[in-house]
Design a binder for this molecule. Structure first.
Ligand code: 4NP
Length: 158
């Protein structure tokens, strides 16, 4: 596993404390389970929570499903992340637009995806921000699990 990762994925939301840490944890779990030589990380389009651990509600729902995300720390997304990753997955359309705004060329733009489009192609479904409790963390977990499974099945075949 000292080889360079075959596929490098970055999960991106706004604060990098609720949704994208869950997406990272779920994808890492699948990578470990399937013994893939892939790399996953996460970031936020804002720097509001730089250095913070994930929200305790994300930690709790991940733990419920056997995934530990307590070691993660929030970091901001910057344009040079386009050089480090092959797939940049936005949780919602606002994240998507904010990431695209930092793209420097067509190659950067082509890396940006709405994460739910892997399991619900063409629908541009948002993973609603659960921070203010509009949508439950449990629902976010299941949506992201669905998307991550579909993503591995889709891009793992190419
Ligand atoms: P996330 O949720 O983007 O899923 O990490 C949020 C967390 C914090 C804030 C916004 C969204 N905030 O404004 O502090």
């Amino acid at each position: 596993m000292s080889n360079k990762a075959e596929i490098r994925i970055l999960m991106v939301c706004l604060g990098n404390i609720c949704r994208s840490p869950l997406a990272e944890g779920i994808m890492q779990h699948i990578i470990d389970h399937r013994k893939l030589n892939w790399l996953v990380a996460s970031a936020g389009t804002s720097g509001y929570h730089n250095g913070d651990a994930p929200d305790s509600r994300s930690i709790d729902v991940a733990h419920k499903y056997g995934i530990d995300i307590t070691h993660q720390r929030s970091a901001q997304f910057f344009a040079n992340d386009f050089d480090q990753y092959d797939y940049i997955c936005a949780m919602d359309s606002s994240n998507y637009q904010n990431i695209l705004r930092l793209a420097r060329n067509e190659s950067d733009k082509a890396k940006v995806h709405m994460i739910m489009n892997f399991s619900r192609p063409g629908q541009n479904t948002n993973v609603i921000d659960p921070y203010y409790g509009e949508e439950g963390f449990e629902n976010v977990f299941h949506m992201l699990n669905e998307a991550c499974e579909a993503m591995v099945n889709t891009i793992g075949e190419t």
